[in-house]
Design a protein. Structure first.
Length: 175
């Protein structure tokens, strides 16, 4: 994997959860929400492990960097709450549930149309999250980006080890 591909993957990981985090400052956390807090990492992260602003923990951010990142997150938070995307997604989900729980034949064409609407909403949200990640990237130094990348690689390796422990390969029989 070349540097550009690796960086884009890192930016995507940060971006996918960053915009979902509350942008309010919390004392003792450098102005960023604590990991695992409301809207925090886990549920919205691919693989369900950490991410978001926790990926920036341990970085020695300057006050100026913290202010810029906080402003980016606040703007993203306000934008996320200023549109109807979440409500639309919820309504679409409810419509699918209604179709699947109604007596009679399932209208698969209607479900397919609703799934397409869901996919469009997800693509819009992902594009916004990637924009946030790119804007945060522009605030960080090359050294800080390398630190984030190294941390992500370490987390990935640990998650792989955990998967291997949780789902070991079946023993080879000598029969």
């Amino acid at each position: 994997m070349n540097y550009r591909t690796g960086f884009l993957a890192a930016a995507a990981v940060i971006g996918l959860s960053v915009a979902a985090l509350p942008a309010s400052a919390h004392p003792g956390h450098g102005g960023f929400p604590p990991p695992g807090g409301p809207g925090g990492p886990g549920g919205c992260m691919p693989g369900g492990h950490g991410g978001g602003m926790s990926m920036l923990e341990g970085l020695d951010l300057t006050k100026q960097q913290r202010k810029k990142i906080d402003a980016i997150l606040r703007e993203a938070h306000d934008q996320d709450h200023g549109d109807d995307m979440r409500d639309d997604a919820s309504k679409i989900h409810q419509q699918i549930q209604d179709i699947l729980t109604s007596p009679g034949p399932v209208d698969k064409d209607k479900i397919a149309a609703l799934q397409q609407q869901q996919a469009t909403l997800r693509a819009q949200a992902e594009a916004r999250h990637l924009d946030v990640a790119a804007r945060i990237h522009d605030v960080l130094t090359a050294d800080q980006l390398a630190q984030v990348k190294a941390r992500q690689a370490k987390i990935h390796d640990l998650m792989e080890q955990l998967r291997e422990v949780e789902h070991p390969a079946p023993p080879v029989s000598d029969k």
